[in-house]
Design a protein around this ligand. Structure first.
Ligand SMILES: NC(=O)c1ccc[n+]([C@@H]2O[C@H](COP(=O)([O-])OP(=O)(O)OC[C@H]3O[C@@H](n4cnc5c(N)ncnc54)[C@H](O)[C@@H]3O)[C@@H](O)[C@H]2O)c1
Length: 223
């Protein structure tokens, strides 16, 4: 059994992750860390094989460092923090744990990113519109930034700015619109329930400890 601690366990994503970990056959929920529950991650870290972090942009990096310093692997879903600093932290940490980060754990969103790269080779001009619930702290979303990076690497030209919509009623949605001579092509992904992220989170929990690199970004690398 993989012993999992959820950091941010009282949050919207954290609660869904706790349920998923409790529902899987090969994982056990070792602890719920969240200041809102009166439990600090540092106090329970010794009980985990893997920590799953869905917290806030200003706490994710500190949590990730604490995990790696303790030799515990960490799966990070939090967005809006410095990925370069996270990579540095992971690559200079004492041996033991690995760090896996995904801006989006939903298979549909990962496929949208994959297909966008193929389209960009033929229709490079595009714009990204991302739409999220109104309590999301960062903009543009981590998914949109990652999509733009991948499209750019495939030869596409993502027009600036990325458009961020924040409204009650939304969960997590993204559209990529490609424009060519006399035609457009639109791709859209909608996470309408946070359960959409859970198979990806569990896959990362199972694989993070055996990854070949200390720091890995993107669910596509695990599929
Ligand atoms: N990667 C993905 O697929 C994906 C999907 C959805 C959301 N997200 C991201 O996940 C993050 C969390 O989103 P949410 O909607 O659940 O937010 P939320 O505000 O509902 O929950 C965040 C929780 O983190 C807790 N927290 C704050 N500091 C902490 C610390 N130091 N240690 C432990 N817990 C701490 C808060 O008390 C809160 O309960 C955001 O960055 C969001 O963008 C990622």
């Amino acid at each position: 059994m993989i012993r999992v601690i959820v950091a941010g366990a009282a949050g919207r994503m954290g609660q869904a992750v706790c349920e998923a970990v409790e529902g899987a056959d090969d994982t056990v929920l070792a602890a719920k860390a969240d200041p809102a529950l009166g439990v600090e991650l540092a106090d329970v870290l010794g009980e985990a094989d893997v920590v799953v972090d869905f917290t806030t942009p200003d706490t994710a990096l500190g949590n990730l460092r604490a995990c790696l310093d303790a030799g515990v692997s960490v799966v990070v879903g939090t967005t809006g923090f410095d990925l370069g600093a996270a990579r540095e932290a992971a690559e200079s940490a004492p041996p033991g744990g690995n760090c896996f980060v995904a801006p989006n754990f939903a298979i549909g969103a990962v496929l949208l990113m994959e297909v966008s790269q193929t389209i960009a080779r033929h229709m490079p001009e595009c714009e990204i519109v991302e739409l999220h619930h109104d309590r999301k702290l960062d903009a543009p979303s981590g998914t949109a930034k990652r999509t733009a990076e991948l499209i750019g690497a495939a030869g596409g030209n993502v027009h600036e700015p990325i458009h961020s919509v924040r409204l009650p009623g939304l969960v997590a949605h993204q559209e990529v619109i490609f424009g060519g001579e006399g035609q457009t092509l639109s791709l859209r992904h909608d996470s309408i329930d946070r359960r959409s992220f859970m198979p990806g989170v569990l896959l990362a929990v199972r694989k993070v400890g055996a990854l070949p690199d200390r720091f890995t970004v993107g669910l596509e690398g695990l599929l």
